[in-house]
Structure formats: structure tokens, C-alpha cells
Design a protein. Structure first.
Length: 141
């Protein structure tokens, strides 16, 4: 019964639209750059009460920190739960998004990521102000 948004912020390899087998024409970056409302890029499942804000992998200028800020400011208060599907921990965008969130889940590839690497990532998130941190072990590729 809550309003959920899933936002693809994997700037290096966006994949949510492909994984969900959706054909999309625009994404949240294009909406922001063209001065449009984010609703123009959103895909909503009324039955599930989930909204996807996709990201398209295309040749264009890199996403800026200002655009990340505008994305989050635009979403603030519109949903009960915002979920950001991000990139690897060492990306600049991870730190930028972490500054805006309360909690984070670290998805660990259990075959190739050590516990010390997870602890380092958790500490890095804590230093950005993230209070709740969970770990999900992924055993699949």
C-alpha cells in the first residue's frame, strides 16, 4: 500500500529498463535536461504502486552532480520509499546519492567481494551520513 519509486542511477551501466523488458523513449536525465517533469519519463505500475524512473545508456554528456541533486529534490515527498539502483561503491555518484538517503543496501557478489571490502563500503556510507546499512549476498551473476 505504499508508493515506491525505483530509480536507475547506475550511470556506468543502466539496466533496469532492459531487465524489466521495457521499451522506453526517454529517461530521467533527458527530462531534467529538457526542463520537463519527471513524470514524462516515469513508468508506473498501478497494480503494484511502483514507479520506475529509467536511465538509458546512450552517447551523451555525462550526468552531473547538479542533475543528481535535481532528481532527488524533484522526488522528495512524492513517494513513501525511494530505491536507487546504483553503481559500484567507488563511483562519484554513489557518494552524491548517499548524502541524500537514510539507509542503504550493499549488494555483495559473494564469490568475489570480501567481508573487509563490504566493511569499507559500509564505513564510507556511514561517513556520508547513511544511518541504516544492510548487506545482501548475491550468489548469481
Amino acid at each position: 500500500g505504499i508508493r515506491v519509486a525505483l530509480v536507475d542511477v547506475d550511470l556506468d551501466s543502466p539496466s533496469q529498463a532492459d531487465q524489466l523488458r521495457l521499451e522506453i523513449e526517454t529517461d530521467w536525465v533527458s527530462a531534467i535536461r529538457q526542463g520537463e517533469r519527471l513524470e514524462n519519463a516515469a513508468i508506473t505500475s498501478l497494480e503494484d504502486n511502483v514507479t520506475l524512473l529509467p536511465l538509458i545508456s546512450e552517447d551523451r554528456l555525462p550526468v552531473s552532480s547538479m542533475e543528481i541533486d535535481r532528481l532527488i529534490e524533484s522526488l522528495d515527498g512524492c513517494f513513501d520509499l525511494l530505491m536507487f539502483d546504483g553503481t559500484v561503491m567507488n563511483s562519484w555518484s554513489t557518494g552524491r546519492i548517499a548524502a541524500w538517503v537514510d539507509s542503504s543496501l550493499i549488494v555483495r557478489d559473494a564469490r568475489s567481494t570480501s567481508k573487509s571490502e563490504v566493511a569499507f563500503a559500509a564505513e564510507k556510507l556511514r561517513s556520508r551520513g547513511v544511518k541504516g546499512i544492510g548487506v545482501i549476498d548475491n550468489f548469481c551473476s
